[in-house]
Write a protein of this length. Structure first.
Length: 187
């Protein structure tokens, strides 16, 4: 939860607390079942059902975190890939060692130039959706401004987290004085 804020953090804390509560309730239920005292079976069953209720609520909160708030979700997983190269900028307007936010197939892409070598990856950080084009550039490494995940601009590889998924990569070519990009990969 180190990289969450506000309501997302509160939901995550409650999710954890209800899971811990369920674990403790199940442990108590188990210990009661081991002891052969009269009435322990009924108490163990009641405590076990309380543990079940706690697990169900914790699962609901976990689903809320993922499906409503997008916590821990790869924010680039559903980006659309175009079939063809798309012109994004005139070659003469692309300076070296500078990040450019462009759009290909409606998806934000960050473009980078070193000499006549061009690189492009998704402009959306897979970890939390941060704008990589606003990140810090060191050599050919871009650092997300939100949580400091670092990506190699040449291949999209995540170098340091909290991100765990590589940034989608784009092939870049220069044709007729224009820079063109096209998504590479399984999309």
């Amino acid at each position: 939860m180190e990289y969450t804020y506000g309501a997302e953090r509160r939901v995550g804390l409650n999710h954890a607390l209800f899971n811990v509560t369920a674990t403790i309730l199940y442990l108590v239920s188990f210990l009661l079942r081991l002891s052969a005292g009269p009435g322990n079976g009924i108490a163990a069953a009641i405590i076990g059902f309380m543990g079940l209720a706690s697990v169900i609520y914790a699962a609901y909160l976990g689903g809320d975190m993922v499906f409503t708030k997008g916590t821990g979700v790869n924010h680039t997983a559903w980006e659309v890939a175009g079939e063809d190269y798309e012109t994004v900028l005139p070659l003469e307007s692309v300076e070296e060692n500078k990040l450019y936010r462009v759009t290909a197939a409606g998806v934000p892409v960050v473009l980078f130039r070193q000499g006549m070598q061009f690189s492009a990856i998704s402009a959306t950080c897979p970890h939390a959706g941060g704008p990589l084009d606003e990140g810090t550039l060191t050599g050919d490494i871009v650092e997300c401004p939100w949580h400091s995940s670092r990506f190699c601009m040449r291949d999209g590889r995540v170098l340091t987290g909290p991100a765990t998924v590589n940034a989608p990569r784009y092939d870049v070519r220069v044709q007729n004085g224009h820079v063109e990009v096209k998504r590479i990969g399984d999309h």
